[in-house]
Design a protein around this ligand. Structure first.
Ligand code: FNR
Length: 189
């Protein structure tokens, strides 16, 4: 079985290093993983007043894309020792309408990155708190607190070292195994 993976990136910046990291991880994924980035930058801030028969188009678009995925990969920087607001907003949008959270029960992995040495541990674990609520099996190992984010890429935006590429491949191989073990049964159609 091939698994569809929705990749959510926590930085909205055009030249985001986190986005480059996400793309590099997609490139290292094994053949049975069909991963692509789901955009979250255009989602209006979650507001229950907008939860009508015609919610914002971007909400519906994101809900459908994540709904069609078998698993979710979060790749995020840390903002103030926590999850960037844009990513938390995407989680909130995907969590509603009540009882229809698109995340429910889907395998997940969290990769957090920082230009500093500490590696965004705070963002990684705050994010896990929400995922537990959706009963998502979140991969525990290998942990990914990636430091020195700005030093990972060459001027073309590609990963500069074989060692980093190998680490990213290790994470994606482990996530593929994790998805095989924990995925929900394939839905019909
Ligand atoms: C940051 N940054 C940051 N870094 C970190 O390691 N821990 C932190 O708590 C914070 N806090 C923080 C707050 C805000 C509002 C901003 C804008 C930034 C720095 C952050 O890691 C840096 O901006 C990264 O470059 C984000 O990755 P992109 O945008 O290159 O993908």
């Amino acid at each position: 079985r091939t698994y569809k993976v929705a990749v959510l990136v926590g930085s909205l910046r055009q030249d985001s290093h986190t986005r480059k990291l996400a793309k590099a991880m997609i490139a290292e994924a094994p053949a049975n993983i069909d991963a692509s980035i789901v955009e979250i930058g255009d989602l209006p801030l979650y507001n229950e007043d907008l939860e009508t028969d015609t919610p914002p188009a971007a909400w519906t678009r994101m809900r459908e894309q994540i709904g069609a995925a078998d698993a979710v990969l979060f790749v995020t920087p840390e903002y103030n020792r926590s999850v960037p607001g844009a990513l938390k907003n995407a989680i909130d949008v995907g969590s509603r309408p009540w009882g229809e959270a698109v995340f429910n029960g889907k395998p997940a992995a969290v990769v957090a990155a920082s230009p500093g040495a500490v590696g965004a541990f705070g963002a990684n674990h705050h994010l896990r708190q929400s995922l537990v609520f959706f009963d998502m099996p979140v991969m525990g190992q290998p942990e990914a607190y990636i430091g020195n984010l700005f030093g990972l890429f060459d001027e073309t935006g590609a990963v500069a070292s074989d060692e980093t590429r190998a680490f990213l491949r290790t994470i994606m191989d482990a996530f593929a195994n994790w998805i095989e073990r924990t995925a929900l049964p394939a839905s019909e159609g």
